[in-house]
Ligand binder design. Structure first.
Ligand SMILES: [Mg+2]
Length: 244
């Protein structure tokens, strides 16, 4: 990000998992202090893949707005009440669950991933679908160890995308694919958030870790929003210096 752009920033938008926290792990004090420093100068919003309340909880109730489920849900932090209020929530029509299950079963056979803990696929109330390669009840440690550099999911990605071509598919979380009804994605979500609140794109900077092909920050990375890459959440304090 160049110096001229940096001067105009009013809104800092952040991915959560992998950018400011370890996946599915509470916010650590060091990165919380960086959020404090950013919040003293800018409005902050999380643009996440998970539900708003899960994100809010993982951040220990940190006072900021949250866009969840790739824009299907928006939460605003109410400073008087000290809580997150869900102000917008969309659902999308989904196909019959049995059809989705059959497709996932076919993919598991193809990938040699027929053993899993819990359920084979997770259906969210919003219409989002998660295909967890290790199953819905897999141990967090196993999930984190499964594919930290995404090298195992990257070759499978085009196959999953093809099988779910009416959705947008992401290499999500630590060991899963997120299957999201169109038109939702983080770019669509951030554009709408900015349009409603009067932020121009060059007044925003986005921090994200998943900016490669198939990553859930990819659409924002390829857009006109200024983007700061974070390859490890432990580097966030240093990467945030771009705007501090
Ligand atoms: Mg991430």
């Amino acid at each position: 990000m160049d110096r001229e752009t940096g001067k105009k920033i009013r809104l800092v938008a952040l991915d959560m998992d992998g950018t400011i926290t370890q996946h599915r792990t509470p916010l650590e004090p060091r990165n919380r202090a960086v959020l404090d420093a950013l919040a003293a100068r800018y409005r902050l919003v999380i643009v996440g893949a998970g539900a708003c309340r899960r994100i809010h909880g993982q951040l220990g109730g940190y006072p900021l707005d949250v866009i969840g489920n790739y824009g299907m849900e928006t939460g605003e932090y109410d400073r008087e009440k000290g809580e997150l209020t869900i102000v917008e929530s969309h659902t999308a029509a989904v196909e019959p669950k049995e059809e989705v299950r059959e497709r996932v079963t076919r993919l598991r056979r193809l990938f040699g991933m027929e053993r899993f803990a819990g359920d084979t696929v997770e259906f969210h109330p919003s219409g989002m679908i998660t295909f967890p390669l290790l199953g819905t009840k897999a141990d967090i440690a196993d999930k984190l160890a499964f594919d930290p550099d995404r090298s195992r999911r990257r070759p499978l990605y085009p196959v999953v995308r093809e099988a779910f071509s009416q959705y947008t598919v992401f290499i999500g979380g630590s060991s899963s694919f997120d299957i999201v009804p169109r038109p939702y994605n983080k770019l669509y979500a951030l554009e709408r958030y900015c349009a409603r609140r009067g932020f121009a794109h060059d007044e925003v900077v986005f921090f994200g870790d998943d900016y490669l092909e198939g990553g859930n920050d990819r659409q924002v990375y390829e857009s006109d929003f200024p983007f700061v890459t974070v390859d490890d959440y432990r580097d966030f304090p240093e990467r945030a210096q771009a705007v501090l």
